[in-house]
Ligand binder design. Structure first.
Ligand code: SF4
Ligand code: MSK
Length: 673
């Protein structure tokens, strides 16, 4: 639907991406050129792309873009005119503030539901594995199991690993629907933060309860106070960040191993002309882990050779790929925006999808080639795709069947239509879980964030930026805002931690290698060289932003940088936000005390009071706040300025006078041996 008001329509037109604003110096780099090249080939071949559909949607609904369209009841749909000429209230009297705050809260709840339902599946899998009901799966990280057991008050002394795992899984499942109490992992936050949440009554209770309450409060006739609604958005987001997402991350580490530094490769060039190419796509690693195992089956490798292929090549798209890359170094073909481009190489025998960020359009794209699109999860079926139901009990067996289907499809590949961009592959070093970062900084016996805190305090590292989240067609091909941003940040001595598609974007452009130290400011370079880490660290999938929360807590606990996350010199950025999960992540960052910048456009722009509250007022309440900024150069400036502001407040921007110790000073030192 298009806005009736002419001015609004004009505004809607203006929301099309400004090519000039989004242009980055990276135009002409490998990724940009490859994306443009692939899109050109797709257009020539009559294969529709995400950009074609985005173009066809222009101008997008101006009311929707600024958050001013409500259809929460059948007296509507109602619009509020942002220019004050038309109606200023919905039929029920809801004003712009209520309508945008409801939308925002519902989006956060949807994001929390997505991440957390993923966490629930993993908890169920842990229980099934412990009971011996999930062939193919095993407990790989007992150390982490014991650590989580402690947080969940599960006794470990004298008990079998399986018994502990079963109880940990059951306890994790209880976090979703328990009648009383709060999310157990919130105890991992700094005490000051926990007290603040308590004071504001936003400590998250059961995950399902927060999502349900958000849906209830945003319906017609319930919560109509935008600040009160945003508080519920905070509690729901916290139920995800310090609840469902954290459950997913920690339990996945128990089952599949905690990531450690490993080499990997990214971009479309990881696909092979002479092998059976299988693409895994989605988010839940329990399926892709079994597919990975199946591709190593000697019988299946033989079967692949029997049809003329040299072997089986597994690669990933989106976050399920991040999971495999982080744990096994399995190559990554691309991020969300590249799913069709990968299929359009004409070289994919099967795309195996699980949940989230899978475009329905993949069905049509696959039909343009010989590719089989196979759904595996009963929660996410697509009309026109083949469905092979994968459960905890049959996963390995079904994964083998799908791999065999892909092998059988290899002879159908039309070689004249295969195009894999040759130079489109970059090396990367990944696997920086918060445990790994700690280990890299302090070694096995003294693993600690002390060196990081010390180097922040002495100013070699100015601060840390979490650059996370999606990619969006609102950023045109050849424009790479994440690349421009991270380069600017490391040049300014800011350590970058990345997850999700933002991480893939930087990895496929060769920015996740230790050699990138060359591009750093002097201080960051010195630290990275000494410790042996790249200045841009890949911390995992979008569900793994929980790792960033834990790292923040540990930095506070280590001491010297204040008593709360809000005092740390750090910021979060999700420029190309797309999924509702991104809004949920943004809100749990903010509610945890982090200054968080989103690009492209603000979802609450139509209600100046809500916009002002999220970008200014909320800081007084939570210590963190939002910024919405479409100009990537300004995003970088906002992050740098915020980090310097926090450093000033901590008093660490004042250079301590250097003093040589004399004997008198040495005598005063209380050194215990
Ligand atoms: Fe309109 Fe109010 Fe119903 Fe929303 S809840 S559709 S604003 S009447
Ligand atoms: S896959 S949620 S586009 S990060 Fe996690 Fe990428 Fe965003 Fe999907």
């Amino acid at each position: 639907m298009q806005p009736k008001d002419k001015k609004t329509k004009a505004k809607a037109k203006k929301t099309k991406p400004d090519k000039k604003e989004m242009k980055t110096p990276e135009k002409g780099s490998n990724g940009g050129t490859i994306a443009e090249e692939m899109l050109k080939r797709m257009k020539e071949g009559g294969v529709e792309s995400i950009y074609d559909r985005y173009e066809a949607q222009q101008p997008q609904c101006g009311f929707g873009l600024v958050g001013l369209c409500c259809r929460h009841c059948n007296m509507g749909p109602c619009n509020v005119d942002p220019f004050g000429k038309g109606p200023q209230k919905g039929v029920c009297g809801a004003d712009a503030n209520t309508i945008t705050a409801r939308h925002f809260t519902r989006s956060v709840a949807a994001g929390a539901a997505a991440h957390s339902d993923h966490g629930r599946s993993i908890a169920q899998l842990l229980v099934a594995t412990a009971r011996g009901e999930a062939p193919g799966y095993k407990i790989k990280d007992e150390e982490k199991l014991m650590m989580v057991a402690e947080w969940f008050d599960v006794k470990t002394d004298g008990r079998k690993v399986e018994e502990i795992a079963e109880e940990v899984g059951e306890m994790a499942l209880a976090e979703f629907g328990k009648s009383y109490g709060f999310q157990r992992f919130t105890k991992r936050a700094p005490e000051t933060r926990q007290k603040l949440w308590e004071k504001l009554n936003i400590t998250p209770r059961a995950i399902d309860r927060e999502v349900t309450e958000s849906m209830h409060r945003t319906g017609m006739g319930s919560d109509q106070d935008y600040k009160n609604l945003i508080r519920q958005a905070s509690r729901t987001a916290l139920a995800d960040g310090w609840g469902g997402s954290m459950v997913a991350t920690e339990l996945q580490d128990i089952l599949f191993g905690t990531p450690k530094p490993i080499r990997g490769k990214a971009n479309l060039g990881v696909l092979k002309e002479d092998e059976v190419n299988i693409l895994v796509h989605g988010h839940e690693p329990q399926i892709s882990e079994m597919v990975a195992l199946a591709t190593q089956d000697p019988k299946l490798i033989e079967a692949a050779k029997a049809v003329g292929a040299k072997g089986i090549n597994l690669a990933g798209i989106c976050c399920t790929a991040n999971e495999l890359l982080m744990r096994h170094g399995i190559p990554m073909a691309g991020h969300m925006k590249m799913q069709e481009m990968a299929i359009a190489t004409g070289s994919i025998e099967a795309v195996i999808v699980d949940i989230q960020c899978i475009m329905q359009a993949d069905v049509e794209t696959s039909k343009c080639y010989h590719t089989k699109l196979i759904t595996t999860c009963s929660k996410a079926r697509i009309v026109g795709a083949e469905h092979v139901d994968i459960t905890d009990e049959n996963a390995l067996e079904q994964a083998k069947k799908i791999v065999k289907t892909a092998i059988d499809n290899y002879p159908n590949r039309d070689r004249s239509r295969v195009y894999i961009p040759k130079d489109a592959v970059k090396e990367m070093v990944v696997g920086f879980s918060h445990e790994t970062i700690k280990y890299m900084l302090g070694g096995r016996f003294r693993a600690s964030y002390r060196p990081l805190n010390d180097n922040i305090m002495n100013g070699k590292i100015r601060g840390v930026a979490g650059v996370v989240g999606c990619t969006s067609p609102k950023v045109l091909p050849g424009h790479q805002p994440y690349i421009e941003l991270v380069k600017e940040l490391i040049a300014n001595n800011i350590l970058v931690v990345e997850t999700g598609c933002a991480a893939t974007e930087c990895g496929k452009e060769g920015l996740m290698i230790p050699e990138l130290q060359e591009a750093c400011g002097e201080g960051l370079r010195e630290v990275c060289e000494t410790v042996g880490i790249p200045p841009i660290l890949h911390a995992g999938a979008c569900v793994d932003n929980s790792r960033i929360l834990i790292a923040c807590s540990e930095m506070v606990e280590e001491g010297g940088l204040g008593n709360d996350i809000s005092e740390l010199p750090l910021a979060g950025v999700c420029y190309e936000w797309m999924h509702e999960k991104a809004l949920c992540i943004g809100q749990y960052f903010v509610a945890s005390g982090v200054f968080t910048v989103f690009g492209i456009n603000s979802p609450v722009q139509g209600a100046p009071d809500v916009q002002k509250w999220l970008t200014e007022g909320i800081e007084e309440e939570l210590g963190g706040m939002w910024a919405f900024e479409p100009d990537i150069k300004k995003v970088a400036r906002l992050v740098i300025d915020h980090i310097e502001k926090k450093r000033d407040a901590l008093g660490i921007n004042v250079l301590a006078e250097r003093k040589l110790f004399d004997m008198e000073d040495r005598r005063k030192l209380d050194i215990k041996v």
